[in-house]
Design a protein around this ligand. Sequence first.
Ligand code: MN
Length: 244
Amino acid sequence: MESNRSRREFLKKSSALGIAGLGLTAMASGLERVASLEEMAGDEVASFTLPPLPYEPGALEPHIDQMTMTVHHDKHHRAYVDNLNKACSENKITLTLDQIMAKVSRFPDAVRNNGGGHWNHSFFWNLMGPPKRKDNAPSGKVAEALKSSFGGFDEFKNQFNAAAMKRFGSGWAWLVKTQEGRLVIGSTPNQDNPLMDVAEIKGTPILGVDVWEHAYYLKYQNKRADYLGAWWNVVNWDTVAKNL
Ligand code: MN
């Protein structure tokens, strides 16, 4: 009985406090909102757009054909962007794409797959360009870095090709600069990338190649090695130098 009475008195007091305390409550929630803004980078749900190809879709011919580039960019990449936006909206994600990559394990698979798809393809288009020379090889600081890390461009290419060939199913091969500044080669499955907290190989991507069949099947069918051989002709070493 005593406890019931004291509960009733407590409720009476707290309801009085409730009315008087409304202003305080509003102030407190205002403060909370400011605190979470710092963490979440903004009130607005993230929305991403499909970047245009930095060249005509036929510009990489004959190595990468126009139809592959058109479908790859206009259909596949667009789908990653659309589905990422849907996932951001459903999960009320307000982060930048790089922030999403760094915390991707906290989000549903749709964010990982489509966020990675958007990041990877935006990166990939700029790594390629119209074939210029017969021998498309790096020069300057890129050539020097590949020599000191792998013994030379040919050795680097062999190791990179091996990583791309060994990746079972769909994925990417990467040249990555680790936090310690070392250059390493590796690969990731699906649309994962080395910026993700879940990745086995971590660091800043310097070069990457898409080895999903959609990247080569129309021209090269099952011959991934032929696609890779052709791809080196369209690598834009100026972009690689900037990434380095
Ligand atoms: Mn792709």
